[in-house]
Design a protein around this ligand. Structure first.
Ligand code: SAM
Ligand code: SF4
Length: 460
């Protein structure tokens, strides 16, 4: 078992509940339609004045095949020609946003996500990067963290060579499960060799970090079969590993209706898969970063956690939390100072807005004082597993105990149950509570009510 984690089935059963993943607080559920392009441009003005560094996220929604489990914002099409008009609107968006920023604002982090960014042709990828360099200050010396999500079925050595040449130095590969029966049940056929070829290319081309995504809870998975997948993935030695709990919400995600719910593993088997995976990863030297993420000790996420600089945003755990996050593309989210805003999630609407010269900002939220305070508490717990009351009291001019009096009985219960150590000075999340940190964060979430909880997947 990882030194920082202690597995306790009874506590997991009692405390595991549906809840947000806290890539932001308030979560995107709270976004509303009163936020529009004007708010975004206003926030960009502040970002420009302060010359804050930037983190860019570009959403590329197209995929050639449908994976039945998928909950991402994507457009399934065999027509490669659909990328071009999208890229043209993306350029309009870059031009508008770039005009409101200062070329001295360095892009420390760039992430191309999807969908499948490598759906684009080599020429399209080249053009996209040249446009990004034209409108934003991308770094030319490989010092930024520039990453891209790769479906190994949609990439080869030459793609990897191109990506490295274009400035990418991190890759994240979708794998999910290597068992052919599971792959057939979710319509994602992908051999170990396809994945291995991309990992080897990444190493040879000196990408700084390789992440692999796995999902447990998929149809036909069993603890024994999934353990084989985890072993095979460990043998590839990714620097980071994401182990997602399959969120089966067929009423929200149409393609999931093609999954036979009778083939889904039982809750007990899911727990066994998670437990077994943690044991395997621990034995292989991986550290638990938090939520669904593991990393080798020399990976930047592990060192950021050690030196206290780790943060969490829409890109997951990051060491670039000090940057303003600019989201480009359909459904992309920006976080600039205290403003969150999101583009339309509908491809047609997104393209139409930009074609008429308007930004596609459709919803969002401006944090007020209480949001900022709770955000700081949740960030600290989810990234560092500890909270110093005095720091929060000084920063936000409150008395912690008084402010959160309503949560105290539940905090005390968690203390008695051994999930946290609660003292007059603060909270330390104990090894038995780390997997359940989301349930702890939920005690500080002002917006959480029963009705909202139904929309989230369970913690484990
Ligand atoms: C945009 S995809 C990754 C890139 C590429 N499209 C691919 O599939 O290889 C993002 C990741 O989200 C995860 N994911 C998608 N749907 C999920 C679901 N319903 N539950 C849990 N994780 C999910 C998968 O692990 C997937 O690799
Ligand atoms: S998992 Fe990746 S490839 Fe599959 S449908 Fe979702 S975004 Fe597309």
């Amino acid at each position: 078992m990882l030194d920082t984690l202690h597995w306790d089935t009874d506590l997991i059963r009692r405390y595991d509940q549906a809840g947000p993943r806290y890539t932001s607080y308030p979560t995107a559920m709270q976004f509303h339609g009163d936020i529009g392009p004007f708010d975004l441009l206003h926030a960009l003005r502040d970002s420009r004045k302060a010359l804050r560094p930037l983190s860019l996220y570009v959403h590329l929604p197209f995929c050639a095949h449908i994976c039945y489990y998928c909950a991402c914002n994507k457009v399934i099409t065999k027509d490669r020609g659909r990328a071009l008009p999208y890229l043209q609107e993306l350029e309009h968006e870059m031009a508008i946003l770039g005009r409101h920023l200062d070329q001295r604002q360095r892009v420390e982090q760039l992430h191309l996500g999807g969908g499948t960014p490598t759906f684009l042709s080599h020429d399209e990828l080249r053009h996209l990067m040249s446009q990004l360099r034209r409108h934003f200050h991308l770094l030319g010396d490989d010092s930024g963290d520039y990453s891209i999500e790769i479906d190994p079925r949609e990439a080869d050595w030459s793609t990897m060579g191109l990506l490295r040449e274009l400035g990418f130095n991190r890759v994240s590969l979708g794998v999910q499960d290597l068992d052919p029966a599971v792959q057939r049940a979710v319509n994602r056929l992908q051999t170990l060799e396809e994945t291995r070829a991309i990992v080897e290319a990444a190493r040879t081309l000196q990408f700084r970090s390789v992440n692999i995504d796995l999902i447990y809870g998929l149809p036909l998975q069993t603890p024994e079969r999934f353990a084989r997948t985890v072993d095979e993935v460990i043998a590839l030695q990714p620097d980071r590993l994401s182990l997602f709990n399959y969120a089966h919400l067929p009423e929200r995600f149409m393609p999931q209706r093609r999954i036979d719910s009778r083939e889904l593993p039982s809750p007990a088997d899911k727990l066994a898969m998670l437990h077994g995976s943690i044991e395997q990863l621990s034995a292989a030297g991986y550290r638990y970063i938090g939520m669904d993420h593991f990393a080798l000790p020399d990976d930047e996420l592990a060192s950021a956690q050690e030196d206290g600089s780790l943060q969490r945003n829409f890109q997951g755990y990051t060491s670039h939390g000090h940057c303003d996050l600019i989201g480009l593309g359909v459904s992309a989210i920006s976080q600039i100072g205290d403003l969150y805003c999101q583009n339309s999630s509908d491809l047609g609407n997104y393209q139409q807005s930009l074609a008429s010269g308007q930004l596609a900002t459709q919803r969002g939220l401006q944090c007020h004082a209480d949001d900022r305070l709770r955000r700081a508490v949740i960030q600290q717990l989810i990234c560092h597993f500890q909270l110093d009351f005095t720091r929060i009291e000084q920063e936000f001019k409150i008395d912690f105990h008084d402010y959160f009096a309503a949560s105290w009985p539940q905090l005390q219960r968690m203390h008695q149950d051994g999930l946290i150590a609660l003292s007059a000075q603060g909270i330390a999340v104990l090894p038995a509570g780390r997997l359940l940190v989301r349930s702890l964060c939920m005690l500080f979430d002002r917006y959480l009510c029963e009705q909202n909880r139904q929309r989230f997947s369970r913690v484990i």
